[in-house]
Design a protein around this ligand. Sequence first.
Ligand SMILES: NC(=O)c1ccc[n+]([C@@H]2O[C@H](COP(=O)([O-])OP(=O)(O)OC[C@H]3O[C@@H](n4cnc5c(N)ncnc54)[C@H](O)[C@@H]3O)[C@@H](O)[C@H]2O)c1
Length: 486
Amino acid sequence: MTDHPSSTINRRLTVSSIGLGKLGLCSAACFAGKGHAVIGVDSDGPHVAALQAGRCPIDEPGLSDLLDQCRHNMNFTTDYGRAVRDSDITLITVPTPSDSSGRFSNACIETVLERMAEALKAKTTFHIVGIISTVMPGTCERIFKPMLESLTGKVCGLDFGLLYNPEFVALGSVIHDFLHPDLLLIGASDDRSAQTARSLYASVVESNPYYALMNLTNAEITKLSLNCYVTMKISFANELASICERIPGADVDVVTTAIGADARVGRKYLKGGLGFGGPCFPRDNLAFQRCAEDAGTRAHLSPRVVEVNRQIVQRLFTMVGEHALPGSTVALLGLSYKPGTHIVEESQPLMLAEKLLDAGYIVRMHDPKALASASAVLRGRGVYCDCPYEAVAGASTVIMLTPWPQYSQLDINRLEERVAPLPLLIDCWRIYRGVPFRKFAYQPFGTAVQSSGRIAYDIGASILHPDGRRRAPVLGRPAVQHPALT
Ligand SMILES: NC(=O)c1ccc[n+]([C@@H]2O[C@H](COP(=O)([O-])OP(=O)(O)OC[C@H]3O[C@@H](n4cnc5c(N)ncnc54)[C@H](O)[C@@H]3O)[C@@H](O)[C@H]2O)c1
């Protein structure tokens, strides 16, 4: 497939976007915001009605304002035929949930293709069908292409085009990420479709991305392997953090800043802290393993990456257990899998909350956006607090989990006034480094370096019972540096 920039579209394309969820609605709004007419389709009637009525049913930074600005370019409908008839290209962004084996289900995409087929069959001009949803490698060639050909009687690449064109966006910054990609991945059945997609995206993005034009299967493999590679980097940094924590004088930030400066490594996703979660990284990892098995081989690294990731919640749980017994209060600051979103899917803070609750701790939680979604998953167990100062009331352990920007602005004196005696602060992202604590023993992830705050680098020496008694230090480990004891 040629990779030349000369192909341009002289007119604005009309785009139909099927599946108006967290990703599909944001990308549809971005196309409309850049002057393309967009027909948005969703099977959820009330969702479409809300959009038709001018409401924004998805909580994503910047989306509501963008929709308000570009509504004149957007139409919302449940009519798939109209979407195909009145547009040049249809982008499909419907759910592909993982099945019990970890492979992605195609059911929603197949339903969409069936519903598009009649209009596609009747269409006399070349129409492009783009799959944005994550799928297993080989799916477009083996399943979608023959399915569309048999439903329409047309030939893929000649009468219509097929794209696999996934996005690399993170919830909480979908619009920014969509408009500023490093990489635009375009898998295509034919050159015409590839060049059309390239020109469409070039008319929208505000960065200068690398356009990777390739066949459908390579694009499917690229999507999964890129996410798996990123998680491997995250797990490497997290494992390094857990090692540095145990070596007096070591500091994971010093080490990762240095190795990240090497162009072979790079700084992004190299900060030791909590593990990855959310709707993409964990399941892309599993799917990558299944993809290898389907190809008759094994992925060796990916299962280890997942294992390192899983150990982090256990490590936190152990840290809490070495400090305070069940029955005492633990305050969790941050529940979403990352800042900027209410999503708690595969969120490590939520996994920790569940583990602590199961073990009998009193868990008080705060999150700027995720309290309701967390409460739904935890079935209302635990105490949900509207402000962080309320969350730490009576807590013998406070854990800073999701690095929301507002947590770095907290008044530490006010926190310390509310906690239990001899409190421990575990800081997964080291945002309170250098703070002169009066009460907290400070346990940052990833370092055993003394700072102006006291560092409890051996929590095992400072086990606090709910009745205030303390257990003897664990032999062979340095004594806890607790301000209340020194
Ligand atoms: N959210 C992300 O950050 C992200 C990033 C990369 C890839 N993806 C992939 O994109 C796909 C969609 O993810 P999402 O987070 O936007 O999902 P979502 O659940 O937020 O939204 C999906 C939308 O599709 C609609 N839908 C379901 N079945 C439909 C059908 N048959 N016809 C029309 N509409 C239908 C739903 O009503 C919903 O509005 C998934 O495959 C996901 O893996 C998502």
